[in-house]
Design a protein around this ligand. Structure first.
Ligand SMILES: *Cc1c(COP(=O)(O)O)cnc(C)c1O
Length: 398
């Protein structure tokens, strides 16, 4: 499988005057998506009405598309399903893992984890009682903190803020040797780099489709359950579509076999149609080639920034093995600098307290994007273009 990145770039509908380096937060629109969603609206919903659940295969979409995502993350066939949001799927994975470790109470995570993941763990611990607690340590201290009190190691592989990457294989092995289970958040991994869940012997994982996978705002999350756990892990949220026979309308819950039990309620068909259009692109992508290209682009971005922007301090590890597909930079005026940059046609984002974040996505980003982005960033800094009142006004979404 070879990937022609000039071809994939042409498959996206990017505004001509924008350099888009924020696909790690919201991936851009594939050109095929509007027609694909329109077909679901008019031909399927419009013409088939409720019969589309059978005739258009709506009910199987979470499993069908889950398998296509599965290739990107090294999951066994039939081990991934889709629905709800990542926060909900992290809740389910964590609840299931805790249930499989009844004698232990510690959820171990790191202080760099995404707040929603930590809030979900705190809420679940408070609800469960029975001594379940969340313990967080610095990302570098995770390995040493794994001991025989840990029930679940819950980590985001690639840190949303810094782009630092954990060693999934090593930490999974270490956790399992201590008798714990693992929950991996792949929000900044799926579509960003090759993931090998089966090869790492991961227990549970979840991720979103609206970042690097380009399914559009509100795209459903995916959840992975290792086949060895899939028939014993409880769904936590035991909804009717995770039932063994939803249309038996049995008053008693009986879980479906396998990962199907992690489904909760009615799937978001329009969002799944958008995801399907995006996966038509992903199906042809060689993940090793994507990774090689991503490292070229991030290396180039780092080298150019260091040559042209002495006031910015690199937050992302230089070591290829230790980073994802983004470059993060510290500056005390990070928010205003990013607003000034966006006003000049380069879209990245800001993460408190002081991080400028740039996602590099080989499907549509090129060397020319990197060079123009860094040129404009250097100009914003050199000429203090950020120092205007409108760039300091915080918007709701940063
Ligand atoms: C983006 C992101 C989320 C978002 O969760 P939603 O429920 O989809 O809003 C959660 N965790 C991580 C690590 C993320 O990067």
């Amino acid at each position: 499988m070879t990937t022609d990145f000039a071809r994939t770039r042409a498959l996206f509908d990017l505004p001509p005057d924008v350099i888009y380096l924020d696909g790690n937060s919201l991936g851009p629109l594939p050109r095929a998506t509007p027609d694909r969603v329109a077909r679901t609206l008019t031909q399927e919903w419009g013409q088939m009405l409720i019969t589309a659940w059978n005739r258009a295969g709506w009910m199987e979409m979470p499993a069908r598309l889950g398998d296509r995502i599965g290739r990107l993350i090294g999951a066994e066939p039939g081990s991934v399903t889709l629905g709800d949001t990542l926060s909900v799927k992290i809740w389910q994975a964590l609840a299931a893992a805790l249930a499989l470790k009844p004698g232990r109470g510690v959820i171990l995570s790191d202080t760099g984890n995404f707040p929603s993941d930590l809030y979900i763990a705190q809420g679940l611990a408070a609800m469960l009682g029975r001594g379940v607690t969340l313990r967080t340590v610095a990302p570098e201290a995770v390995e040493a903190a794994i001991d025989d009190t840990v029930a679940v190691l819950m980590l985001t592989e690639v840190d949303y803020r810094t782009g630092r990457r954990h060693d999934m294989a090593a930490l999974t092995a270490r956790a399992q040797a201590a008798g714990a289970l693992t929950v991996w958040d792949l929000a900044h991994s799926a579509g960003a780099l090759p993931v090998d869940l089966a090869g790492c012997n991961a227990d549970f994982a979840a991720g979103c489709t609206y970042k690097y996978l380009n399914a559009g705002p509100g795209g459903p999350a995916f959840i992975y359950v290792a086949p060895r756990h899939a028939d014993t892990a409880p769904a936590g949220l035991s909804g009717w579509l995770g039932h063994e026979a939803p249309f038996a309308f049995d008053p008693d819950y009986r879980p479906a076999r396998g990962v199907e039990r992690m489904r909760v309620g009615t799937p978001p068909i329009l969002q799944l149609a958008a995801l399907e259009a995006s996966l038509d692109i992903w199906d042809s992508v060689d993940m090793a080639a994507l990774r090689a290209r991503s490292l070229e682009l991030t290396d180039r971005f780092i080298a150019r920034v260091e040559a042209a922007c002495p006031d910015l301090r690199l937050a992302t590890p230089r070591d290829h093995a230790r980073r994802g597909s983004q470059v993060s930079l510290h500056h005390p005026q990070g928010y205003a600098i990013m607003q000034a940059l966006i006003a000049r046609g380069v879209i990245g984002d800001f993460r408190a307290p002081d991080i400028l974040r740039f996602g590099l996505a080989p499907l549509y980003n090129t060397e020319a994007c990197v060079d123009a982005a860094v040129d404009r960033l250097a100009q914003v800094l050199r000429d203090r273009l950020w120092d205007r009142p409108e760039f300091h006004r915080r918007a709701r979404v940063t």
